[in-house]
Design a protein around this ligand. Structure first.
Ligand code: ATP
Length: 267
């Protein structure tokens, strides 16, 4: 695999351990480093035009199990981007105030405006994953939410927001290693949450919930991409390439200068 493909149907939803790796073709070493550098540079260049062009905003949704690498992906994929054109929002357990609103309220406020790249570290998809796993959302209500989410994202894309959604897919073994590292490494202890162990025990229930999300909310206007994420460098490169390709497909351009500008001189 050298390019991510959008989830178009049930056959594309592979969430077994094997799907967390890219098999063959991607080699580590200087080639992968320079390929990543290349995609990072493309994103940085295209982001400048996205900003100047002012017709679109780009929303990137990152979902994945604990320790799937959402933070690392954000750090590396956007390392060359001008921070003024980029906003990251992390969604944790809803606060009391947030719970007083509908579940899309908090995400809608964080949707990027024209010019901006908005990155969601977790998102409204938590509201069709966590309560499903905990048994607090019926199947019927959940299906209604899928429809609401599809409508919401349709409304965004009808209104100048380009939406890309990435599910960072790690295997059970790799998650174990990463959580173990959080327990043992003093620089990573702060990232450890006891709840992560409970979520890990619910592995199959999360897989089922993700499968529901991927099969019901990967749309033409807001596609899901499943990213093999056991190998962080390959993961970052695949995500970066997909974002760069999407930005490149928008036909972004610098606005034409006003004719009056040509007559002006800087003394
Ligand atoms: P990492 O993936 O690196 O472990 P994290 O994204 O888990 O980091 P935390 O702040 O530790 O970051 O966890 C956020 C927690 O908030 C997750 O357990 C997530 O499931 C939970 N959460 C987010 N949104 C909701 C929601 N709408 N309802 C219930 N739980 C939510």
């Amino acid at each position: 695999m050298t390019r991510l493909r959008p989830v178009r149907g049930k056959k594309d939803i592979t969430l077994g351990d094997g799907a967390a790796h890219v098999h063959g073709r991607v080699k580590h070493g200087p080639d992968l480093e320079s390929a990543m550098q290349h995609e990072g540079d493309r994103i940085a260049d295209l982001q400048k035009v996205l900003y100047a062009d002012a017709r679109y905003g780009l929303l990137i949704v990152l979902q994945g199990r604990d320790a799937s690498g959402k933070d690392g992906t954000i750090r590396r994929v956007f390392s060359a981007v001008n921070p003024q054109g980029c906003q990251v929002t992390s969604f944790g357990v809803p606060s009391e105030a947030e719970q007083m609103h509908d579940y899309l309220w908090r995400v809608h406020q964080a949707v990027p405006s024209r010019r901006m790249i908005g990155i969601f570290n977790r998102s409204h998809y938590e509201d069709v994953i966590v309560p499903r796993v905990h048994g607090t959302l019926s199947k019927k209500r959940c299906e209604r939410r899928y429809e609401e989410i599809n409508d919401f994202e349709r409304m965004l894309t009808d209104n100048h927001v380009v939406v890309l959604k990435f599910m960072l897919h790690v295997s059970r073994d790799e998650q174990k290693k990463r959580l173990q590292e959080r327990l043992e490494n003093p620089q990573k202890n702060w990232k450890f949450r006891e709840g992560d162990l409970e979520d890990r025990r619910n592995w199959d229930a999360f897989t089922k919930a993700y499968r529901g999300v991927l099969s019901s909310t990967s749309t033409k206007w807001a596609p899901w991409y499943i990213v093999p994420s056991d190998d962080a460098k390959v993961r970052d490169w695949l995500v970066a390439r997909c974002i760069a390709d999407t930005l490149a497909s928008l036909g972004l351009r610098y606005p034409k200068a006003e004719p009056s500008l040509r007559r002006l001189k800087v003394e």
